[in-house]
Design a binder for this molecule. Structure first.
Ligand SMILES: Cc1cc2nc3c(=O)[nH]c(=O)nc-3n(C[C@H](O)[C@H](O)[C@H](O)COP(=O)(O)OP(=O)(O)OC[C@H]3O[C@@H](n4cnc5c(N)ncnc54)[C@H](O)[C@@H]3O)c2cc1C
Length: 495
């Protein structure tokens, strides 16, 4: 009996020792940082550079994918460099991206102002009315911020009323009016990555700040160069942003019960920090905000995440052996349709007619055998699922409809497309202000960007990313400014 008791005693001691030692071991291995940034897109990189340049070097970026940049995604395609995500610097003088990048001579202004309008040879659309004034004035209706705010309705409702006023008593036939209204709506949908104008709030849309100068400033070296500029690569004093990044770390939970935050990743790894800047897209927040945070996010933040819009814009790049399109075509090929044309095309189409949703396809400057097209909504989602053969077949069918009677359209030799909806680390393209967020008065700054505080003062969880920008949502400059904003919030708290 005595022997059994002492054996039992030994086992208890052994168990106790293993448990305590195990914990001591874990404690010494635990990775703790002053600041952890979740996501290495532009906002994450901007936050990191601001912290590092202010001597806060005890930081880590946890990035789900295997690269920095997020929705800035330059990639090789044949002999070319293409942008699956952000393409242009929208604005010059007062755009911080332009201001930072301009001295490096990587930027050039792309001509976007002279479209070529195309119609089917049998179509009744009057192209000269479209190109001489109607499209310009029609699209210009979206520049009237005061009227859009006053309407405080869906962008569809606003546009329909204004467009009817625009063509009233003017010599515009019904087919031309119908085609221009349809094309203008598709262009606005592509700009704002919305399915259609019914889901966008006119008030919130008018909050977007259009910066001065050209809105289509492109990168000779790809948008990815901006990350190199931000991290000081060309200055010979590069900040160690890449070294501070842990790639392939998909953050699953963020536990902020105390003043120390515990982050757990999908692979089981755990990290601890005093402050966490969350920069994941609104799409990711929509998908996982209810399970990611413990304690859960406050109700108003969850409602903001649910009600602000996150849309889908996809691009396609089509490479030809030789250039078949004429030199005298302007930069942008714009496809005009009447309802009758659309119906006819769909009836004849071998591919379901989804290409009627493509507003335009444009040439890629300095890459003369490459065309680039844009697409939003359900058709953009469908495009992600097509085989290359189905995609090229559908594009040739579209070109044949508009130009087949004048040109011999060759078969593309290579095609690629973005797939932002099925990217689990983005879940869409960029944010927009919806009818619902307008009604609730939930903008980015008043709810989404608000940090979660410990003891009512300590910003423990902070939110950056384009969607949290009050007036530059949906852009790189918005992402940049919000990353700086949240890093500065931490710096101010620590001072
Ligand atoms: C097709 C397209 C065209 C565009 N065109 C332009 C343009 O011409 N001009 C312009 O200014 N803007 C454009 N934009 C918008 C611009 O790209 C974005 O606003 C900006 O890049 C967003 O940066 P961000 O840091 O806020 O988010 P993101 O770039 O989405 O960065 C967030 C990062 O978080 C990571 N992440 C996600 N989930 C997790 C997780 N669970 N754990 C860890 N990491 C995670 C992601 O991998 C990503 O790297 C375009 C976007 C798209 C998609």
């Amino acid at each position: 009996m005595k022997r059994i008791l002492s054996l039992h005693f030994l086992l208890v001691i052994l168990f106790f020792t293993i448990t305590v030692y195990g914990n001591v071991e874990n404690e010494s291995n635990r990775e703790k940082y002053k600041v952890i940034i979740v996501g290495g897109g532009i906002s994450g990189v901007a936050a990191a550079t601001r912290l590092l340049s202010n001597n806060v070097s005890d930081i880590a970026i946890l990035e789900a994918s295997n690269r920095l940049g997020g929705r800035v995604y330059t990639a090789p395609f044949g002999d070319f460099l293409i942008e699956y995500g952000a393409q242009w610097v929208h604005g010059q003088g007062d755009n911080p991206v332009y201001k930072i990048a301009e001295p490096y001579n990587f930027l050039y202004v792309q001509n976007w102002d002279t479209p070529s309008f195309l119609k089917h040879s049998d179509s009744k659309i009057n192209i000269s009315v479209v190109s001489s004034w109607l499209f310009e004035e029609s699209y210009g209706l979206f520049n009237n911020d005061n009227d859009m705010m006053l309407c405080n309705c869906s962008t569809e409702h606003y546009f329909n009323n204004k467009f009817n006023e625009l063509i009233k008593n003017k010599n515009v036939d019904e087919y031309t009016a119908e085609a221009v209204a349809d094309f203008t709506k598709k262009c606005k949908s592509a700009d704002d990555a919305i399915r259609n104008l019914n889901e966008e709030g006119s008030w919130g849309s008018a909050q977007y700040l259009t910066r001065n100068g050209s809105l289509t400033v492109a990168w000779k070296t790809g948008y990815h160069s901006f990350i190199n500029i931000l991290t000081g690569k060309y200055e010979g004093k590069q900040l160690p942003v890449e070294q501070k990044t842990k790639f392939n770390k998909v953050v699953q939970t963020i536990n902020w019960t105390g003043n120390e935050v515990e982050i757990t990743c999908e692979d089981g790894s755990r990290y601890f920090a005093d402050h966490v800047i969350v920069t994941v897209s609104l799409g990711v927040l929509k998908f996982s905000s209810k399970t990611m945070f413990n304690p859960p996010l406050p109700d108003n933040k969850l409602t903001a995440i649910e009600s602000l819009g996150f849309g889908l814009l996809n691009k396609m790049y089509i490479q030809f052996e030789t250039r078949w399109w004429p030199l005298d075509y302007e930069y942008l090929l714009c496809f005009l349709w009447t309802n009758e044309d659309i119906q006819k095309f769909k009836n004849e189409s071998k591919y379901g007619g989804w290409t009627t949703e493509i507003p335009y396809i444009h040439f890629v400057e300095n890459q003369p055998r490459l065309l680039e097209g844009w697409l939003t909504g359900d058709a953009a989602q469908l495009m992600e699922t097509l085989s290359d053969d189905e995609l090229t077949g559908a594009i040739i069918e579209l070109f044949n409809w508009f130009l087949g009677d004048q040109y011999s359209i060759s078969k593309p030799i290579n095609v690629t497309r973005s797939a932002w909806a099925s990217n689990p680390f983005v879940h869409g393209s960029y944010s927009f202000r919806s009818i619902k967020s307008d009604r609730l008065g939930y903008s980015a700054a008043n709810v989404l960007a608000e940090p979660l505080l410990f003891n009512q003062t300590n910003p423990v969880i902070l939110f950056a990313g384009e969607a949290s920008s009050e007036r530059s949502f949906s852009t790189v400059q918005g992402a940049l400014e919000t990353g700086w904003r949240e890093a500065t919030r931490i710096l101010n708290f620590q001072l």
